[in-house]
Design a protein around this ligand. Structure first.
Ligand code: ADP
Length: 304
């Protein structure tokens, strides 16, 4: 488990992180989502032990990242924003160098190398100099070095940044497949990416966690939309007193019918339906609204 407790970090007068806390359970794949400048990279550098927080604590698998850094680094694979790749080395020589740096046992090296190379689809490029690789292939190599030692935790900073759409699809699929072996935290400023890859999203805006949300629970909105065929002057009054109704907002639907957005403390569509039938309203549409990650994020961003 990754446990981030109340971390703060300032660069001079810039407060990059202000009391950030969240947990990641074993086997989860969690997206750290936020606009550029929100503090994602800073958080990831602190979680991986590359940067010291001003305050707060990070534990990975029960180990204190600052005090037990070496043990922690054995458990994590890290793809930073700019993973240093040495252009003059071949893919194989580079991964060999990483294996040496990680002091991987020689007896396990071939197995680990082939796992990382096949896992990232680099088998046809082993002898190619890194200088000749496309951006997408370099990103795969960055992932290969991150997974070489079969880490329990994989931490990826903006893994698809700078890639073309085909490469993005490939890398996303690759990350999902890596989740079978590792607990994954990755950062992104792209909503669709987080939606495509992860189970849970931690939204960070202006250095603060604004939401920690399981995506499967996001679509359960308690808002309902009622659209009528014609105006009826008892709607507001009839709905206001209903159990669970919080607010009612009237608007015109896109095809110009009288419409109401009713927010509730639970699913209120059955009660609305009963009232509509009782009052003989000509109902054009009654639905429980769904929340997309985009609408959820935009609401947070505008209230930040
Ligand atoms: P993100 O990864 O979400 O884009 P960062 O963690 O890179 O955000 O940055 C958070 C804030 O800290 C930004 O305002 C950024 O300009 C600032 N920042 C990041 N790194 C440094 C640094 N080395 N020196 C000064 N300011 C920095």
């Amino acid at each position: 488990m990754i446990n981030v407790q109340n971390i703060t970090k300032s660069y001079g007068s810039i407060e990059a992180l202000r009391g950030v806390s969240f947990d990641i359970q074993p086997g989860e794949i969690v997206g750290l989502l936020g606009p550029n400048g929100a503090g994602k990279s800073t958080a990831i550098k602190i979680i991986t032990g590359f940067l010291h927080p001003d305050e707060g604590l990070v534990e990975i698998d029960g180990l204190n990242v600052l005090r037990e850094l070496q043990a922690v680094q054995g458990k994590i694979g890290y793809l930073s924003e700019n993973t240093p790749l040495y252009p003059e080395l071949s893919v194989q020589a580079y991964l060999g160098m990483i294996a040496d740096l990680r002091a991987l046992p020689a007896s396990e090296y071939i197995g680990l190398l082939s796992n990382a190379v096949y896992g990232t689809g680099l088998q046809d490029y082993l002898t190619r100099p890194i200088a000749s690789l496309s951006k997408g292939l370099r990103q795969r190599l960055g992932l290969a070095q991150a997974i070489l030692h079969k880490p329990q935790f994989l931490i990826l900073d903006e893994p698809t940044v700078g890639l073309d759409p085909t490469q993005i699809v490939e890398i996303r699929a690759l990350i999902k497949s890596l989740a079978q072996e590792s607990t994954i935290l990755f950062s992104s400023h792209i909503l669709s990416e987080v939606e495509a890859i992860c189970d849970r999203v931690v939204i960070i805006i202006n250095g603060e966690v604004k939401a920690d949300q399981r995506l499967s629970e996001l679509s359960m909105s308690n808002d309902a939309t009622l659209v009528l065929q014609q105006d009826s002057d008892d709607v507001q009054q009839s709905l206001t007193g209903l159990d669970g109704v919080r607010t009612i907002r009237q608007f015109r639907s896109s095809d110009d019918y009288p419409a109401y957005r009713i927010s509730g403390s639970a699913d209120i569509t059955p009660q609305i339906y009963a009232v509509a039938r009782d009052r003989n309203w000509a109902v054009r549409e009654l639905r429980r609204d769904t929340v997309t990650l985009e609408s959820f994020f935009n609401q947070l961003a505008t209230t930040a």
